[in-house]
Design a protein around this ligand. Structure first.
Ligand code: NAD
Length: 295
């Protein structure tokens, strides 16, 4: 493993590129948008500067990391020498199907194709290719340079050899892998999203207010942030979409999104990204101010 191609240079793609490049891999960072690529390099530079200021890396580490990254808008060019492709494009099933079909044609025959998807079936992505045994999930957490976990998802056809390679690679880039099999939500979202949904039901039914619910989970369960604040950070539209994947995938009403969540998404209250969710975010993300709707 030497050459890693990362498809999509948004929130997750720039972090994934950063981590591989910092660990000495050649990274081809691919996006359809030149602007997104420019923004990704600016973000990686800013994050390296932060690591430098904290004396976690040296000036040389910073310049070597940046030198290891090349950007491309042409996927064929970006993946032509890849040993591993990590797809981190927009979470849209049809789009990812198309990308995987394309990657199968463009990447070397022995390349492993991984997806960072939060909720799309790895088995279905693998079925778009002629190499389903070489398709696997590498689910990084946000922010990638900081969060240690990589959830590795084995599709139905993923070979043991590919799983072993990706397990070792995850360790080599300083991450802690956790293996999961390919069922809706994998491990992380299977457990997290019902907890968030239950917190929203608890609010909806008037059992507790926004602050009370988050305080109980922070101080009572030692969670670093409460489930409503976390939902605002993840994006309420993303939570809604993942709950629907669980609901459809298992056909079990326990995963049905709370009507309050549905209403908020329909009203455009998506959390931090829209400026309002359970909290108001117009002033930035430092101080917690409960949204007027819940006062
Ligand atoms: P994002 O919207 O920030 O970035 C997606 C990028 O993909 C954009 O820059 C877009 O231009 C690019 N793109 C779209 N189509 C493309 C194509 N055909 N080829 C190349 N690039 C293309 O999204 P994100 O939040 O970084 O999410 C990316 C993936 O990571 C999704 O599958 C998501 O489910 C998963 N994920 C996200 C988080 C998170 O906290 N944001 C956490 C874990 C996993």
């Amino acid at each position: 493993m030497k050459n890693i191609a990362v498809i999509g240079s948004g929130t997750m793609g720039n972090g994934i590129a950063h981590v591989f490049a910092q660990n000495g891999y050649n990274v081809a960072l691919v996006d359809i948008s030149e602007k997104a690529l420019e923004k990704a390099i600016a973000t990686i530079t800013k994050n390296l500067d932060r690591q430098l200021a904290k004396e976690r890396i040296s000036e040389d580490d910073k310049s070597n990391t940046l030198a290891n990254i090349t950007t491309y808008t042409d996927t064929a060019e970006g993946v032509k020498d890849a040993d591993l492709v990590v797809e981190a494009a927009t979470e849209n099933k049809e789009l990812k199907f198309k990308i995987f079909k394309n990657l199968d044609e463009l990447a070397p025959a022995n390349a492993i194709l991984a997806s960072n998807t939060s909720s799309i079936s790895i088995t279905e992505l693998a079925a778009q290719t002629g190499r389903p045994e070489k398709v696997i999930g590498m689910h990084f957490m946000n922010p990638v340079p900081v969060m240690k976990l990589v959830e590795i998802i084995n599709g139905y056809s993923t070979s043991k050899e590919v799983t072993k390679t990706i397990d070792q690679l995850s360790k080599d880039i300083g991450k802690v892998p956790a293996m999961a099999n390919d069922y809706p939500g994998f491990i992380a979202n299977r457990i997290l999203m019902p907890m968030i949904n239950e917190a929203i039901w608890t609010l909806h039914e008037g059992v507790g207010g926004v602050e009370e619910i988050d305080t109980v989970m922070k101080l009572g369960m030692a969670h670093p942030m409460g489930p409503l604040q976390l939902a605002d950070f993840i994006g309420l539209d993303v939570c809604y979409a993942i709950l629907n994947v669980l609901y459809d995938g298992f056909g079990n009403p326990k995963y049905a999104p709370c009507p309050l969540l549905v209403n908020m998404v329909n009203a455009g209250k998506k959390g931090v990204k829209s400026g309002e969710g359970f909290y108001s975010w117009g002033h930035g993300t430092k101080d917690l101010i409960v949204s007027d709707s819940f006062k």
